[in-house]
Design a protein around this ligand. Structure first.
Ligand SMILES: [Zn+2]
Length: 733
């Protein structure tokens, strides 16, 4: 941990690539060391921390001006580039220090106006602190060890014990102008200090160049970690991992139940949260402590975590694996009621000007199992889980060394409802299928992967199921991070249930099943061997049917929890609103509480949001091709299945639709097959592929787009859409 990752040869490569300009070379080294810092999650995580460099450059008038290069917002230190460290004129930043106060909005604006490049990203909110520290290179991290130190009740004594007077202490203030002024005044009063401990927040250090600052950063952090290690008790509550068979039974119930219960408190039609479960030995050991209820009340290890995880985790017992009321619902309702109360109370304090965030938890602790990060998409869930894992280490170390006592409620609220964050609310539309969990069978094939890409573009989390492990790996690599999959043969007994369970374990549930896997076995029907027909049915009918059954079971668990929890939610929210109104004279608070209560109570009523099944049928279902009986017969049955499912599931808000596609280049219609068929018709391949009313080839992406369109058509069910360029013989009506 906290390894020295500096390599002079690597550093030289960065300098070399920067060209002859000395400022560019210094910036290249600064980028290099920033990436070293960003590559260690125990130093910074997920956009946290920031780094800077002071240098001089020529402006357009030929004048030499002082410039601060500072991490730009939206960049992560782990993969930052020079353009992610915009240059800001130092003269402007220095003049600001004479002011007594500066609003966050004015600070952002004046920093933007001082950018060398008007198109650069916003400089970090901690720009002024970096600018006013005199050292040429400044590093700021939220290292695990420093978070434990910074939240100790007697942080001053601990810091003095470890560092003497080498580090100065800065009392907690929200990041921004006031913190910068306070921190730099403290630095000025301690001219020999080589760093700062920001109480309840993190660590600053500096140096003459990138390497010396980086080495000092590691030196400080290791010193804290060594000190913490001396306080750690040797006893760990080792909790054995749950046997896989038990997990296989538990997760498909527990996770969708929790997901549905949270959904009851979200606006109608809102996507349910995605989960990232960390069933680790460390999490199990931590959650076996007898003080977790107390620790859950304490708060976040550093202020910007509250945006990702909320201030407190929800503690959920394994009994919540029972669906519906009596499952996760009471615990979730309690969390929501408390959050709603907190918002009303705090919003009244600041004059009723804030807009409530969704009352869903960001972290769930499940003793005996592990912790779960929650988010509106898979990346957000992953980030919450990463922070959750770091936080339990901070808490454990802090408790062992004196106590974990982070910022209290008022300061937490000020960060969670910071004006610059609130300003982003309602701006920009999230992608239409953000947070929807989509499972695609045959997901690594031509149509499957094209469909996955189309759903990814719409914001969904993809879980691919494919027979071919190598193709699956390639498809998942093509999709990028935050998607999942499993290689299996869905015609084998139990495989569909296992595939859906794997999706649930990965993301917490399922929203859309796309039954796409298929294969065209050929042979004249008059002489077709039974085995061929049975194989055709196994893949093209029975597997889709089994996948649909497994998906519906998850939909029903989610829906039961959401609908069952609704009663609890409505009652709790109404009670909360009434009690808040009674106890608070503030009209704004009452109004807000009522609005929140109404929003909360409406949750769970989202009709036609109960799950979806989309079948890749085929034009063979209605328009037989010679020799295609082993394909067309089961496809015709699948089209009937689609309608039967739509009929029986409509009242539950579950929609079932499909696509009839034809003549798509794929594993079913390969280059040699196209050549042979084109030759049989005495046309070239291009003409054969464009043999439809539109006289234009239909591609996998057209099928993919149609699937997305069906998924987004909220009042459409039992529908089959043709995607074949026009084929009157295959037209449904
Ligand atoms: Zn910070």
């Amino acid at each position: 941990m906290y390894d020295n990752r500096w390599d002079d040869a690597d550093a030289a490569v960065w300098v070399q690539a920067a060209g002859p300009d000395a400022a560019d070379q210094a910036l290249a080294l600064r980028v290099y060391s920033s990436r070293l810092i960003g590559s260690d999650p125990d130093l910074v995580m997920h956009g946290g921390g920031n780094t800077s460099l002071k240098t001089t450059r020529r402006d357009v008038f030929g004048q030499t001006v002082g410039v601060l290069h500072i991490k730009g917002s939206g960049w992560d230190l782990g993969d930052i580039q020079a353009q992610g460290m915009p240059g800001v004129r130092m003269d402007v930043l220095h003049r600001l220090r004479a002011l007594d106060a500066l609003s966050d909005e004015d600070m952002v604006n004046v920093q933007r106006s001082a950018l060398l490049d008007s198109a650069a990203p916003n400089p970090s909110v901690e720009t002024l602190l970096h600018a006013w520290l005199p050292a040429p290179v400044v590093d700021h991290t939220h290292a695990t060890a420093f978070l434990a130190l910074a939240n100790l009740p007697d942080v001053a004594a601990a810091t003095a014990e470890i560092f003497g007077d080498r580090l100065a202490l800065v009392p907690y203030l929200m990041p921004g102008f006031a913190l910068a002024k306070a921190a730099c005044a403290i630095r000025d009063a301690h001219p020999r200090a080589e760093g700062l401990v920001l109480i309840n927040h993190g660590h600053f250090t500096w140096g003459d160049d990138a390497k010396s600052s980086y080495l000092r950063l590691l030196d400080h952090t290791r010193a804290v970690d060594d000190w913490l290690a001396r306080h750690r008790s040797g006893t760990v509550h080792a909790v054995p991992a749950m046997p896989q068979t038990e997990l296989d039974t538990l997760l498909p119930t527990l996770l969708p139940t929790l997901r549905g219960a949270i959904g009851a408190h979200l606006p109608p039609g809102a996507a349910l949260p995605l989960f990232d479960l960390r069933a680790t030995a460390a999490a199990r050991a931590f959650l076996a402590r007898d003080d977790i209820a107390l620790l859950a009340e304490r708060g976040v290890a550093t202020p910007d975590h509250v945006i990702r995880t909320k201030a407190h985790p929800l503690i959920l017992s394994l009994d919540a694996a029972t669906p519906g009321v009596g499952g996760a619902a009471p615990a979730v309702a309690g969390f929501v009621a408390r959050y709603t109360d907190y918002f009303a109370r705090q919003n009244a304090r600041v004059g009723g000007i804030k807009t409530a965030l969704a009352p869903a938890p960001g972290l769930v602790w499940v003793p005996g199992l592990g912790l779960i990060g929650l988010g509106t998409d898979a990346a957000a869930a992953r980030i919450a889980a990463d922070i959750g894992e770091q936080t339990i280490r901070v808490m454990a170390d802090g408790q062992a060394a004196g106590g974990f006592h982070p910022i209290a409620e008022d300061d937490t609220f000020d960060c969670e409802y910071w004006s610059l964050e609130q300003a982003k609310l309602g701006k920009g539309t999230p992608p239409p299928l953000r947070g929807r969990i989509v499972l695609i069978t045959g997901g690594a094939g031509a149509i499957g992967l094209a469909t996955a890409r189309a759903f990814r573009a719409a914001g969904a989390a993809l879980f691919l199921v494919d027979l071919d492990p190598a193709a699956l790996d390639a498809a998942l690599a093509a999709l990028g991070r935050d998607h999942g999959g499993i290689a299996c043969d869905i015609t084998r007994p139990g495989a569909p249930d296992a595939a859906v369970a794997a999706c649930v374990a990965r993301f917490g549930g399922l929203d859309i099943l796309i039954s796409n896997a298929g294969a065209a076995l050929q042979g004249e029907v008059a002489t077709l061997p039974d085995a061929t027909l049975q194989a055709g049915f196994a893949l093209n009918f029975f597997a889709p049917h089994a996948m649909a059954q497994a998906a519906v079971a998850v939909f029903r668990t989610q829906n039961a929890a959401r609908n069952g929890a609704e009663t609890t939610a409505r009652t709790t929210a109404r009670t909360t609103a009434q009690s808040t109104a009674r106890n608070t004279a503030e009209t704004t608070a009452r109004n807000t509480a009522q609005t929140t209560a109404q929003t909360t109570a409406r949750g769970g009523a989202g009709a036609a949001n109960g799950g979806q099944i989309l079948f890749n049928v085929s034009k063979q279902a209605v328009n037989p091709g010679r020799g295609m009986a082993a394909y067309g017969l089961p496809k015709a049955a699948t089209m009937f299945l689609l309608r039967q499912l739509a009929l029986e599931l409509g009242a539950e808000g579950i929609r079932v639709n499909g696509i009839n596609a034809d003549r798509i280049r794929s594993g079913l219609l390969t280059g040699p097959m196209i050549a042979a068929r084109a030759a049989a018709r005495a046309v070239d391949a291009a003409t054969y592929m464009a043999g439809n009313l539109l006289q234009a080839e239909v591609e996998a992406r057209h099928v993919a787009d149609a699937f997305v369109m069906l998924a987004r058509s909220e009042r459409t069910t039992a529908h089959v859409m043709t995607v074949d360029g026009g084929n009157i013989e295959a037209a449904l009506r």
